[in-house]
Write a protein that binds this ligand. Sequence first.
Ligand code: PXG
Ligand code: PLP
Length: 454
Amino acid sequence: MNNSNSTHGLSQAQLDAHWMAFSGNREFKKDPRIIVSAQGNYYTDSDGRKIFDGLSGLWTCGAGHARKEIVAAVSKQAATLDYSPAFQFGHPKSFQLAERITELMPDGMNSERLNKVFFTGSGSEAVETALKIARGYWRKKGMGSKTRFIGRAKGYHGVNFGGISVGGIGPNRAIYGQGIEAAHLPHTMTAENKYAKGMPEKGAYLADELDELVAMYDASNIAAVIVEPLAGSAGVIPPPVGYLKRLRELCTKHNILLIFDEVITAFGRMGSNTGAEEFGVVPDIMTVAKQLTNGVVPMGAVIAKQEIYDTFMDTAGPEYMLELPHGYTYSAHPLACAAGLASLDILARENLPERVKSIAPYFQESLHALKGTQHITDIRNYGLAGALSIAHATVNGKAEPSKRPYEIAMKMWKKGFYVRYGGDTIQLGLPFTSELTEIDSVINALGETLTAID
Ligand code: PXG
Ligand code: PLP
């Protein structure tokens, strides 16, 4: 039986059968928002309405949707080699893509260079892989007590057990019990930096908290620090000037690996190939996903520096032995590799990171022009990522942080704009291919919407 008045054609039984990811299932299924196609910077919903993609999917589709080159590469790959075993055998495209990724990594010195790529099926899997490589590395070096991880408050590192343990978003951890050993640096979203444009001036000192954590746990028990160079999910928190450099220095000083989780920041969003390049700090390990394939086929990757790889190679015994007992059925999936090669081609050919850099100042000024609009309590941005913090609504005397963001996003959807709401924030991750007029439209619509709600 179809919903009355529905144009999506789905029965209630079909709607009920799917337990949707990170969604209010009960709310959604009463009035579903069904997307049926996508082209360029727009979706089409089941009512035939065009909707501007204000978050590039989920930070995935910066080059725009249905790019012909990617569609062709994936179709051809499906017809040529649809799957090949990820363990013990290879196919050409994974090696080609691995090399291409290493060419986009920031310059480090000699063994510091990030030049070994391990493929996964998602960002969450990339994070788990990075954490396991970090622990394994220290054990291989005879320092097996280095197992604890340091994450950061408000950090998002996917949803698997390692990722939520180092992650710092309470609701993502609260009901799941014990995780792995982790401690957390403070976040950098301070009152003194409210309404900062781009990187806040103050806050580098917050990296010094690592010294306190080392004093508490001892470096001999700490494997790695993991942070997003710019925290995305928690509502776009750019690093304070000097913060990442300080973190790098302290990790080196204490002999702790530094992992940059660049699942959102890699491949253009910051206006550079990576956040590491943009912010001028090179980690020991990097995780990427999303924009790697322009979101077309799921894929993530971990990029490690030479010395880490060598450590595994040099300690594994006979050459037929596995050096890293880890991997996924879908590691280096041929379709994902084909999509990755085609996406990175587009990124380079159209110089999309440069395009992001050139329109980011316009985006910044437009977004910050919303300051003073009712309910807004902070505005943050970098590259083509931006967020508004929204004053918490009070319902029956209780603060409801996500009520207004939800209402705003729903009104925006009705107006023809997809924006993301999460916690007490509204997030924008515009397509790299956005026109200035599209930036105007989405920001004007946000201003009108904020003014209209209670
Ligand atoms: N690390 C970081 C830094 C991420 O942003 C992941 C890991 C996990 O990736 P997967 O592919 O397993 O989802 C992410 C994902 C949002 C939003 O609205 C962000 C993510 C996912 C969905 C929504 O900001 N980030
Ligand atoms: N569970 C079972 C029973 C499996 O056989 C496998 C893989 O072979 C997995 C989980 C892991 O799946 P994946 O490699 O896709 O992560």
